[in-house]
Design a protein around this ligand. Structure first.
Ligand code: HEC
Ligand code: HEC
Length: 320
């Protein structure tokens, strides 16, 4: 009995040692993905579309904005995108980067192709696989040009952002489920759709506005999606460790889907009303500025998403 136990322990020790070596060997993986052929322009129409994407549709500022200026951002001010906000989640502490054109601390030294590759292919400037925070891999060529052109047009701000801090769980996740970069599910369009159409709504919901990243249940230990697409999520509050948010089901289910409670006009009014529940992580202050035809497009697309029965309950719950 003792011998068997000792033997088992030895096998276990070897397995643990081998796994530790495997994890350690995969902390600095690099991926050789060719940068998309995207070049920024100084064209004012492209920059205006870029501002609309960065400041409203894709709400880059919600994560990359100066974290000391949350109130100004809430009031609709275009705050500097200096990075520095701290996401403290089970795998560690993570910091969105400085995306102003400063060459030492921001994106000034990145090529247009490197920025495009980060957004489209999930590969960082140094070739690492990026964490799954930016679910907008399907951005069109035209919109990538717009975003990068707008980023280049901002004033540079010198601001050093701390390096990510992976804890024990984080190093395992980094070596396993998050080891590979995630690119687009289908070839992104060259030009983006527009108008109050289902096609444009699908593009905005699936490729631009991060809707499904929050409205689908995710495992916050591993970053992986575990629930049915758009059928409702569950997410921590970045400011209140006791609070859990439940982004509602956005599929067309008439009983548990939130859209059943809105006519199209009410949905437009809801988006233009901004944040109603204080502290809600949904980027309502950015979405308040969405063009009416885009909100209509989003509504029409969501109404076409096959129903999934999933009740999410109240918007948030506070743990004792
Ligand atoms: C939900 C939060 C979130 C949103 C929204 C977001 N980002 Fe990020 N971004 C991050 C985080 C976190 C990182 C760091 C990722 C990493 O290092 O693995 C990052 C990294 C980056 C990088 C650096 C890539 C590199 O090479 O290191 C760029 C460029 C970037 N984001 C641009 C944008 C732009 C442009 C938008 C809007 C279109 C945007 N981000 C929206 C969280 C976000
Ligand atoms: C950062 C996470 C996040 C993103 C991104 C996000 N949501 Fe939400 N959403 C939430 C949370 C949390 C709630 C519940 C709290 C609230 O109502 O503000 C919510 C609530 C809603 C509601 C119910 C509002 C009400 O008053 O009944 C709708 C509709 C909605 N989201 C649609 C969308 C759409 C469409 C998008 C993309 C354009 C989107 N959300 C993007 C987190 C998010």
């Amino acid at each position: 009995m003792k011998k068997v136990l000792l033997g088992l322990m030895a096998v276990l020790a070897v397995a643990i040692g081998a796994f530790a070596l495997y994890v350690a060997s995969r902390q600095h993986l690099r991926f050789d993905v060719a940068p998309p052929a995207i070049a920024a322009t100084t064209d004012s129409t492209a920059i205006a579309r870029g501002r609309y994407l960065v400041r409203h549709l894709a709400s880059c500022g919600g994560c990359h904005g100066d974290p000391t200026m949350r109130e100004q951002a809430e009031a609709g001010e275009e705050i500097p995108l200096t990075g520095g906000f701290e996401f403290s989640i089970p795998p560690g502490k993570f910091y969105p980067r400085n995306i102003t054109p400063d060459s030492a601390t921001g994106i000034g030294a990145f090529t247009d192709g490197q920025i495009a590759r980060a957004l489209r292919d999930g590969v960082g400037n140094d070739g690492r696989a990026l964490l799954p925070f930016m679910e907008m891999q399907g951005l069109s060529d035209e919109d990538l040009v717009a975003v990068i052109s707008y980023l280049r047009s901002q004033p540079p701000v010198h601001h050093v952002v701390p390096d990510h801090q992976y804890n024990f769980l984080g190093t395992i996740v980094k070596a396993t489920v998050l080891s590979k970069p995630v690119g687009p599910k289908e070839t992104p369009p060259v030009r983006n759709p527009s108008g109050a159409t289902i096609e444009n709504g699908r593009y905005l919901v699936e490729a631009v506005a991060n809707c499904w990243a929050c409205h689908t249940e995710r495992d916050y230990n591993t970053g992986q999606m575990v629930g049915a697409h758009l059928a409702g999520g569950k997410m921590p509050d970045d400011f209140n460790p006791k609070r859990i948010w439940f982004p509602p089901n956005l599929t067309s289910d008439p009983a548990t889907g939130r859209l059943a409670q809105f006519t199209e006009d009410e949905f437009v009014a809801r988006f233009h009303a901004g944040r109603l529940i204080p502290g809600s992580p949904m980027p309502w202050s950015e979405f308040r500025g969405l063009h009416e035809e885009d909100v209509r497009a989003i509504y029409r697309y969501l109404k076409s998403v096959p129903p999934v029965v999933h009740a999410t309950g109240p918007a948030f719950v506070d743990k004792p």
